[in-house]
Design a protein around this ligand. Structure first.
Ligand code: C2E
Ligand code: CA
Ligand code: CA
Length: 717
């Protein structure tokens, strides 16, 4: 037929190319598909297509270059730009093509809408027999699978037959619950249970994966937000309930859904409506999915990270990825494929692969996670080589929601002997002072302006002070301790004036040193829920303590609990002994929440050593290390023990000052300058600084860092 419209497709992904060709053929258009530029230009010259569908971003060729070349050839074909990049990028590409004198028929964003493609082709199409009768792509694809049709899957989604099970993920070192992974399940009325390995690829092929992903997200988020309230309302679950408000949920994302910006916009909205912080969600992408199209991946993944979501590379070790790409892409976790983990016990090769991936992950500052742990000895091995997170049948199988609840309840502990067992298993009694807890007791003493603040642990016959401000005895007998009473309840125990309280008025701690008048103690829990001791405030004067004060104290006690469960090894910078970025981010978030709660001012400082790379070059890496250590010392001496100080990047440092100096940020910077002058350094490095004050609507520390960095750069100029 001489009048038939001709469409030439250039796409380096055969599935996409073929999909477009099928839709076009269905619409009565003659379509040819090529996957590399030289064949493409040959066809442009010899076949003279009316339309060209062009993928702009292809890993092995440059789509923009192809457009420039088409313009040079004086090509008159109408160009349809197809790509997975975001609308803005596509629009810019379309504009630039138009400026080169090419005719642009339109932009076809992934996932492809057959109707949209047909509309574009019809635009100047001479054959008009296709209207309304062209089957959609799914029907052509149904031949791919023998018994599950597209309609089956559509029905399943509409009738909510696709549900979720949840598999716990624990912290390897501490054994604590870190989060869950949501896994899709389909119970088909005729076929019975269908595995995700089967229906996920079908959903991808039938163009239903985005609907499926969205349904998974909606179900998962609702489940996560309701989980704490599903537990019995008795106070013994209070602590567990609070922990459950912090855990993460991992969701699997197919490569094709990654391009669906709208989906993630909606995800953002679901997070807001369910009250889940985006940083509690981890999107798991397979290695190949992220590497398929590194340029657009970078764009999309960066945007997701900017929204606060975490990203994990799933099944790591089974695909191919360039180290460079891996380092460039903003992942937070690397998940070792279960094929290595399941065989770790027998196979030395598997263990080598696992160890290598863990070292690689840590080298890149990522959390490392292993799945497919079927034996306790594998978990032990992973712990010994420093793996961060663990998932597998040996810990728990994927479970439907009601079974998850039973599993959680089983972990709870109540009675005193279990409480002591837990306390002793923490190996924290009679250990040296620890800056991590001292920071918080100092903060509590500052905030409430009390002379004494303690983190106490209630042992069988004594209370021992893990951190103590304003008191120099290491312990007191349990039978006279206030904290023994405070750990009997969940509530903050407040004694405004001990001298008139029937229980305490004859207590030796009231009658003699330290002459307690006022006491407020909030229980501190182990992750099992056991009340280990308290964070308490003591004054020698009577005092009132408001509900609001109680909330602030509870918040500080939670900071202690978080320190108890935090994985300090993963949070410290070995060179300077300061917190690293991960450690800072985790704590800064709490500190900001506390400031909002307590209506306190906070200030974030950012420091960047000037030309540190060339400093290293001039003086050698050992001098570079010394300079970093010196700088960290400088910060420690300048700022207060209650501030959060961290090495944030190679040569970047941050400080979060809670309850800022009345003299303001500038006073702190002046102090820093003075201390710097007082310390004699062999090769002093200069630094740039920037700061920003906490504002009422700051939700994340990143906002403060951005503003501080803007200020730093504007002062640069
Ligand atoms: P995956 O993301 O690698 O998920 C882990 C799989 O390992 C799950 O299989 C889980 O049940 C299984 N597993 C966990 N621990 C062990 C263990 O100790 N031993 C063994 N042998 N297996 C273990 P499942 O649930 O059958 O899921 C299979 C795959 O289907 C998933 O692999 C994921 O790629 C895909 N999938 C599941 N749900 C979704 C979803 O909602 N969206 C997308 N896009 N893909 C999903
Ligand atoms: Ca996964
Ligand atoms: Ca996996």
């Amino acid at each position: 037929m001489t009048t038939t419209t001709r469409l030439l497709i250039l796409d380096d992904d055969p599935l996409t190319g073929q999909t477009i060709a099928n839709i076009a053929t269905m619409a009565g258009v003659e379509a040819r598909y090529v996957d590399e530029p030289s064949a493409f230009f040959q066809q442009v010259r010899d076949w003279q297509p009316d339309f060209i569908a062009l993928d702009l971003i292809m890993p092995r060729m440059d789509g923009v270059q192809v457009m420039v070349e088409l313009a040079r050839l004086g090509c008159h074909a109408e160009i349809i730009i197809s790509s997975g990049v975001g609308g803005r990028v596509l629009d810019a590409a379309a504009r630039s093509a138009a400026e080169h004198g090419l005719n642009i028929a339109g932009v076809l964003a992934k996932p492809f809408s057959p109707a949209r493609l047909r509309a574009m082709l019809k635009h100047s199409n001479s054959t008009d027999n296709q209207t309304g009768t062209a089957p959609v792509i799914g029907d052509t694809a149904s031949a791919f699978d023998n018994d599950i049709s597209r309609q089956d899957l559509v029905n399943a989604l509409e009738n909510k037959q696709i549900t979720l099970v949840y598999q716990p993920k624990i912290n390897c070192r501490t054994g604590l619950l870190a989060g869950f992974e949501a896994l899709a399940r389909w119970n088909h009325p005729r076929h019975g249970p269908v595995g995700p390995d089967r229906f996920i690829p079908l959903a991808e092929r039938y163009g239903l994966i985005d609907t499926l992903t969205e349904s998974v997200m909606v179900q998962g988020l609702r489940w996560l937000s309701q989980l704490p309230t599903q537990l019995d309302s008795s106070p013994e679950f209070d602590y567990l309930r609070r922990r459950l408000r912090e855990i993460t949920l991992s969701i699997n994302i197919s490569a094709s859904s990654l391009n669906n910006i709208d989906l993630f916009e909606r995800m953002d909205e679901y997070c807001q409506s369910t009250g889940i912080r985006p940083d509690r969600l981890i999107f798991e992408l397979t290695e190949s999915c992220a590497m398929e199209d590194p340029i657009s991946s970078l764009d999309i993944l960066t945007r997701l990270r900017m929204k606060g979501f975490h990203l994990s590379i799933d099944d790591f070790g089974t695909g191919y990825s360039s180290m460079l790409q891996l380092a460039r892409l903003p992942f937070s976790e690397i998940k070792i494929d279960k094929s290595f983990v399941m065989t770790a016990a027998e196979s030395k090769e598997s263990r080598t692969v696992i160890k290598t991936i863990i070292d690689l992950g840590h080298g890149l500052g990522l959390y490392t996670s292993a799945e497919g742990i079927e034996r306790d000895e594998t978990l032990e091995y992973l712990r010994s080589i420093g793996c961060d997170l663990a998932q597998g049948y040996a810990i728990a199988r994927p479970m439907p929601p009601d079974v998850v609840l039973d599993w959680l309840r089983k972990g709870r502990l109540t009675d005193e002997s279990r409480r002591l067992q837990v306390l002793h298993s923490l190996n924290i009694l009679d250990t040296p002072p620890d800056e991590r807890f001292d920071r918080i007791t100092r903060l509590a003493a500052r905030l409430f302006r009390v002379p004494i603040a303690l983190f106490t642990l209630v042992d069988a016959n004594r209370q021992w002070f893990k951190s103590s401000i304003g008191l120099d005895v290491p312990e007191t007998a349990r039978d006279i301790s206030f904290c023994t009473y405070a750990i009997e309840h969940e509530e903050v125990m407040v004694i405004p004036d001990a001298t008139i309280n029937p229980t305490f008025k004859n207590n030796p701690l009231v009658l003699q040193d330290p002459h307690i008048r006022f006491y407020a103690g909030c229980p501190v829990h182990a992750d099992t829920g056991s009340r280990l001791g308290t964070l308490c405030l003591i004054d020698r004067e009577p005092r009132e303590f408001s509900r609001h004060d109680e909330a602030v104290l509870r918040h500080a006690a939670q900071m202690i609990e978080n320190e108890l469960t935090a994985d300090f090894l993963a949070h410290a910078d070995p060179l300077t002994n300061m917190l690293n970025r991960r450690g800072f981010d985790a704590r800064a978030q709490e500190a900001i929440a506390l400031c909002h709660d307590a209506d306190l001012q906070a200030c974030l400082f950012l420091f960047d050593l000037v030309d540190f790379k060339s400093f290293n070059g001039r003086h050698g890496p050992a001098a570079g290390d010394r300079a970093l250590i010196e700088f960290s010392r400088l910060l420690r001496e300048t700022f207060r023990g209650s501030d959060l100080i961290a090495r944030y990047g190679d040569d970047d440092f941050v400080v979060l000052m809670v309850d800022i100096d009345p003299l303001g940020p500038q006073a702190a910077l002046n102090r820093l300058r003075a201390v710097a002058r007082a310390i004699a350094q062999p090769h002093p490095v200069s630094y740039n600084s920037g700061w920003s004050l906490l504002e009422p609507d700051d939700g994340s520390v990143q906002q403060l860092i951005l503003r501080a960095s803007d200020r730093m750069h504007s002062e640069d100029r």
